[in-house]
Design a protein around this ligand. Structure first.
Ligand code: PEP
Ligand code: MG
Length: 578
């Protein structure tokens, strides 16, 4: 077997070796075969057996999911069971079988195609949603008709490297850490939410590897180097050895960082910053604490809405936030309100697909238009605020007007709770994410009406440089060190400090060691990142002086290109981390 080396985008750190497991689009093309009239009863029996087997599989899956993830997630499959009981579908297959006298698998495939095409034409978002149920069950039935097996990730005995053209954030979130040791995709960018979730799952990932699905077969041995974005298919022995050594070295270096993880993030000349964790799910809290996080700087709540068919209730929101607040108490937890849209779609809402989802009906825009949904979350955050130190923050604010509108809705929630006699922290801090260029430029105005800022560089960079953060084709233009980005960040920090509010950063740039000195030197107060990155950042901050960082930032801001900036800091940082 020849060794193939592919270069993708490093999405989550770590090096691992494992067998490939391709998660592809499951496609079957069944050829038409004539049958004898005498075979018809047998074909009907084959069809009925496939339906029974499919039903058994779905019930089994439902049981497992209800144990692993909860009752509500399991209910998703109720719709699949209903498709199996659809008399019209079953009768159409049998009557066509009798009339056309061809193999039942072929007939079923044709009926399925017809169903899907009819559903697709209906202008009803709910019915359109059903297409994926019909499709899913249809493929299961077809697979059983053909007597094929599909291994579930859950059934795997050894850990695999998942190889896919693309994985949605919810696919990634539903991955079982027990059976996945890395993943590689053809498309995607470094700050796509799929990549971000891989970091929280703490598994190495490479995205944007373009031809990886075409060049890999399930079972091939893959080296995934999530530090450099390299994927090696079927490595020779020498390469494998050197990577295994590299893997050991990576672990060794981590030990050095590990030793300082619970120490203060204080520079050699006594300037303290806060290093906190980003989470998507409440059960990531122990990992933030374990890695030495001094709080949660970003709790992305939208994942709460994913992988389910209904909306979370106020009580569910409340229980989750209360749990996180109590677990982290007395450390702060910043809950970001719903940031739906962009690359995070929620199936519950009838949202037509935007042409440019990142510029579309997203985040705070959606919440302001749907105060009914927004208020449930705001009330729950306020109610949970008495159980620890909660702060709340709005995503995608583009100017003062939107901030005031959001605060007006928050004000209504406060009044309601007062009337109902429900306690909440009256001084809860309300912050703004600065991730839209218009907000960065008017940071002085926003700072007057905010308690804190958090810079969302993942979006700020894509909007400032007009580079889609999920598109690997333009990933080379996605430059955090671009002078435009650095100037914006400098402007935001200055405006915040002039108005005596603190400013953090919760985009992926905050966790990249290359930019640590510059950000520290510009005066950033808080760095929030995936928990895995915390020990290294603590080590770095503790190894430098703030005075030195200020000089570095000044120098970096005078350079003309991102490359020059990176070149200027890279060696220094590598020396410190070595
Ligand atoms: C960001 O945009 O930097 C951010 C932290 O938010 P998200 O990645 O969830 O869009
Ligand atoms: Mg964002």
């Amino acid at each position: 077997m020849t060794m193939i080396i592919l270069k993708g985008i490093a999405a989550a750190p770590g090096i691992t070796v494992g067998p490939a497991y391709k998660v592809g689009k499951e496609e079957y093309v069944v050829p038409m075969e004539s049958i004898q009239p005498a075979d018809i009863p047998l074909q009907i029996q084959v069809f009925e057996e496939a339906l029974i087997k499919t039903r058994r599989e779905i019930i089994e899956l439902q049981k497992r999911i209800s144990v692993d993830m909860g009752q509500e997630e399991a209910q998703i499959f109720d719709a699949h069971l209903l498709v199996l009981e659809d008399r019209m579908l079953i009768e159409e297959v049998i009557s066509r079988l009798k009339k056309e006298q061809v193999n039942v698998a072929y007939i079923f495939q044709e009926v399925l195609k017809k169903y899907i095409s009819v559903f697709s034409k209906i202008e009803d978002e709910y019915l359109k949603e059903r297409i994926s149920d019909v499709n899913d069950v249809g493929k299961r039935i077809l697979r059983n008709l053909l007597g094929r097996e599909r291994k579930s990730l859950k059934d795997l005995q050894e850990k695999v490297v998942v190889v896919a053209h693309d994985l949605s954030p919810s696919d990634t979130a539903a991955m079982y850490k027990r059976s996945v040791c890395a993943f590689v995709t053809d498309i995607g960018g470094k700050t796509s939410h799929t990549a971000i979730i891989a970091k929280s799952l703490e598994i190495p990932a490479v995205v944007g590897a373009e031809t990886v699905t075409a060049k890999t077969q399930s079972g091939d041995i893959l080296i995934v180097d999530g530090n450099t974005g390299t994927v090696i298919i079927n490595p020779d022995e020498e390469t494998l050895d050197s990577y295994l050594q590299e893997e050991q070295k990576f672990k060794g270096v981590s030990e050095k960082f590990w030793a300082v993880k619970d120490m203060p993030a204080r520079t050699m000349d006594g300037v303290s910053v806060e290093i906190s964790g980003n989470i998507e799910f409440p059960d990531e809290v122990p990992s933030v604490k374990l890695h030495g996080g001094q709080g949660i700087g970003l709790y992305r709540t939208e994942f709460f809405y994913m992988n389910r068919k209904d909306l979370p209730t106020e009580e569910e929101h409340f229980q989750a936030y209360k749990f996180v607040a109590e677990q982290m108490n007395p450390h702060p937890v910043v809950i970001r309100t719903l940031d739906l849209g962009g690359d995070k779609f929620l199936s519950q809402f009838d949202i037509p697909k935007d042409m440019q989802p990142f510029l579309g009906w997203r985040a705070i825009r959606f919440c302001l238009a749907r105060p009914d949904i927004f208020k449930l979350q705001l009330r729950a955050i306020l109610r949970a605020s008495v159980f620890g130190k909660l702060k709340l923050m709005y995503p995608m604010i583009s100017g003062v007007e939107e901030l005031r509108q959001a605060n007006a809705i928050l004000g209504d929630c406060r009044e309601e709770l007062n009337r109902e006699g429900i306690a909440f922290d009256k001084d809860i801090e309300v912050g703004v994410m600065i991730e839209v260029p218009s907000a960065a430029i008017t940071a002085d105005l926003l700072a007057k009406e905010s308690d804190f800022f958090s810079i969302g560089t993942n979006d700020l960079i894509q909007y400032a440089l007009a580079v889609d953060r999920t598109n690997e084709k333009v990933a080379y233009l996605y430059e955090p060190a671009h002078p435009a980005v650095l100037r914006m960040i400098g402007n935001i920090i200055e405006a915040a400090h002039a108005n005596e509010i603190r400013v953090g950063m919760c985009g992926e740039m905050a966790s990249d060691p290359i930019f640590a000195l510059i950000l520290l030197g510009m005066g950033l107060d808080e760095f929030s990142m995936p928990s895995l990155a915390i020990p290294q950042m603590k080590y770095l901050i503790r190894s430098v002086s703030a005075a030195d960082a200020r000089n570095t930032a000044r120098e970096a801001l005078s350079l003309s290109t991102a490359k020059e900036v990176e070149l200027f800091v890279r060696d220094r940082i590598n020396d410190i981390l070595k």
